[in-house]
Design a protein around this ligand. Sequence first.
Ligand code: 4AZ
Length: 433
Amino acid sequence: MKLLIFLAVTLGTLVTGLDSVYSKKYYRLPYKHRSDHKECHCLNGGTCITYYLFSRINRCICPDRYFGIHCELDADSTCYTDNGENYRGMATEDECLPWDLPSVIRRGRYHADLKNALQLGLGKHSYCRNPNGRSRPWCYTKKGFTIQETPCNIEKCGRECGQRSISKYFKIVGGSQAEVESQPWVAGIFQNIRGVDHFLCGGSLIDPCWVLTAAHCFQTASKNPHNKSVYKVFLGKSRLNETDDKEQEFMVDNIISHPDFTDNTGGNENDIALIRIRTNSGQCAEESKYVKTVCLPEKNLYLRDNTRCEISGYGKQDYYDIYYAQRLMSATVNLISQTKCKYEYYDNIRVTDNMVCAGDPTWMTDACKGDSGGPMVCEHNGRMTLYGIVSWGDGCAKENKPGVYTRVTQYLNWIDSSMNAISTKSRFLPEPK
Ligand code: 4AZ
């Protein structure tokens, strides 16, 4: 019965199609006809073509770089602007599920069957999109029997992370004075105590609005460590106690410490915190020669033992020094085997897989007090990548006692979901006065 109906409909369509082609009205018209018919909804300069033979089937003919039924896909778009809501490129990840997959349609809030799917960039594909105002494009991935939003690794346009203007550094413990241009992602966090700003910790700029640092910086004896109004963040700062026109100053909008941070093990477990920064007028960091973002690592990045990485900060030059370094310092350290660090230098209670150890083969250079929260960056694919956060160690530059760093690759999901939670919330908040 179904087959009969189908045959009847198909024949009917063909006949009306042929009928119109041979009728007087269409006699001189070609079978294909270019028009700007609105029915096609061709985007990006696509041309609507009508096939009269097939009962006026419409199709978009797309300019070179565009694809898709409505020319809605832009093959040349390899980066996103703002939060990527308008990203219509074809970047995807291996695990991304198609937006039209039945399980995505059933379980996801966003899928190809929504009325406004075309508007949101969703369709019969698995490209990264941001239909709900997250901080960057994402896609659904499978998680057990459910699906979850997973951020994509596409880059933001015009902001190339991990690229500094100079890589030379002159002469931390045993390190050298560094020009801030060589570590433009370094942040200095200050805390106001009884009216005086005191240097507290280092940090790294991972996004114009976000600094990544160590959670232990905010574990003070004070009853209200998260009273954000006592903190200030500086970027592009060469000297600790002097201001210049290269530096940018921010107040702290939010501090999110990892909920599972603990120092009960003797080390610092989950020693990571995010700070959202804003100027008095509500702006985030402005990129300059002295202020740039560092790249976050890919989630499976495991750099080899002995890889040379760089640490930088305003921390003490000796464990027993009273004062912090007055200038930004930097030094190189080598990554240390996880087994050696756990079983030879420390123990496997203090050192966990959420940490990475690094030191100088001659034990002459190391991070020290005040460098905490600051970056350990390693070059990967030509970019400086934040591989570790200065966390702890037994003294500074002590033989067989390497520096221990938070292993950033273990926290990429936490970083992303924490940034997303705040960014989504602040869309509905009024601007600060
Ligand atoms: C500290 O107290 C600290 N040598 C930071 C790093 C290291 C030791 C101590 C590593 O902030």
